[in-house]
Design a protein around this ligand. Structure first.
Ligand code: HEC
Ligand code: HEC
Ligand code: HEC
Ligand code: HEC
Ligand code: HEC
Length: 196
């Protein structure tokens, strides 16, 4: 083999500056960069309550049918969580208040307010309010509120400072969020407890 053919083989392998190996290296670098920017913060969010709250406050804002303020109703007007989310202690879901419950007050309080007129239109049409889900678990996850409230866990432990917020922001619970506390409080770690 002459020196010339050896050089040609090498060139075929590397293909010059933008040869396949260089491209692979570049793609790997790009992949790591994307992971660092987009995916690492997502997976980091499963650990620790504080991280979750942070995301809860700075996550994407939701467009709700009526702009409802927890801060106004809970902190200023001192309405209890259970008055509106009546089922939390007794069932799987905490439940959302019906239009009738809102109107129980708003037939008398600011009844001519633009947003309250919207409420009345929903009442008239007989439709439930199309609230957009804020706290979210995929369908394969089983979460019983009542089991947690029986252990006297406060709403804020999982939902953050709801009573300080004028608008809630979309939140997903990652598995690490559940597991961390289950470990800490010696609750079930079996897969079938949460995946049924
Ligand atoms: C006057 C009624 C009212 C009171 C009192 C109230 N809420 Fe709500 N809550 C609502 C309504 C209406 C929604 C749906 C609109 C929204 O998401 O902002 C909601 C939504 C929520 C959600 C998100 C539900 C979802 O879609 O995932 C949580 C969590 C929540 N409330 C917790 C609380 C806690 C904790 C308290 C007490 C500190 C409280 N709420 C007090 C009416 C109320
Ligand atoms: C226990 C009584 C009570 C209930 C139940 C209640 N509210 Fe209110 N709401 C109030 C009071 C008090 C105010 C303050 C009125 C004022 O500004 O004078 C208010 C204010 C509002 C406002 C106006 C806020 C603003 O920015 O001006 C909206 C909108 C509203 N409530 C929506 C709702 C909805 C939707 C529900 C049902 C999920 C609901 N309220 C349930 C007592 C209640
Ligand atoms: C141990 C954590 C935890 C605690 C404590 C907790 N929640 Fe939740 N909450 C969740 C999870 C997880 C979801 C999402 C459930 C799903 O998607 O199946 C949720 C969903 C909700 C929803 C959405 C609608 C529904 O019916 O599920 C409301 C409203 C709510 N919680 C209110 C409350 C209130 C009020 C309290 C306190 C009385 C409370 N939560 C305490 C974890 C918790
Ligand atoms: C802040 C602590 C905490 C967090 C966060 C938490 N849990 Fe729990 N969970 C508990 C405790 C404590 C129990 C035990 C209740 C009992 O023994 O009755 C429990 C019990 C359960 C049970 C019943 C288990 C059984 O023995 O049958 C299920 C299911 C469950 N949790 C699912 C979840 C899911 C899903 C999440 C996350 C979305 C979650 N939990 C987040 C503390 C927590
Ligand atoms: C305390 C509750 C809990 C326990 C115990 C638990 N999981 Fe999960 N798991 C969750 C929640 C909540 C999610 C949904 C959030 C997410 O995707 O991270 C989930 C998601 C998953 C997913 C889907 C991930 C995805 O990307 O969609 C798999 C797979 C899974 N769990 C496997 C397991 C296995 C295997 C075990 C037993 C070793 C287990 N889980 C135990 C709460 C639990």
């Amino acid at each position: 083999m002459s020196g010339k053919t050896r050089e040609n083989t090498a060139r075929r392998l590397w293909g010059g500056a933008w040869g396949p190996l260089t491209v692979t290296g570049f793609l790997l670098f790009l992949g790591l960069l994307l992971y660092g920017i987009y995916f690492y913060p997502q997976s980091a969010r499963s650990y620790g309550f504080n991280v979750n709250y942070h995301r809860a406050m700075f996550g994407s804002t939701l467009e709700q049918p009526i702009p409802f303020s927890h801060r106004l109703h809970v902190t200023d007007k001192e309405i209890d969580c259970f008055y509106c989310h009546s089922y939390a202690e007794r069932s799987l879901n905490a439940g959302l208040p019906s239009v009738d419950k809102c109107l129980g007050c708003h037939d008398y309080i600011i009844p001519k307010h633009e947003e309250i007129l919207k409420l009345k239109a929903y009442k008239k049409s007989g439709q439930p309010l199309p609230w957009v889900r804020v706290y979210y678990n995929p369908d394969h996850v089983f979460f019983p509120h009542y089991r947690h409230l029986a252990k006297e866990l406060e709403c804020q432990r999982c939902h953050g400072e709801v009573e300080q917020a004028d608008r809630l922001h979309q939140v997903t619970f990652y598995m690490g969020f559940c597991i961390d506390c289950h470990q800490e409080m010696s609750a079930s770690l079996e897969c079938v407890a949460c995946h049924q």
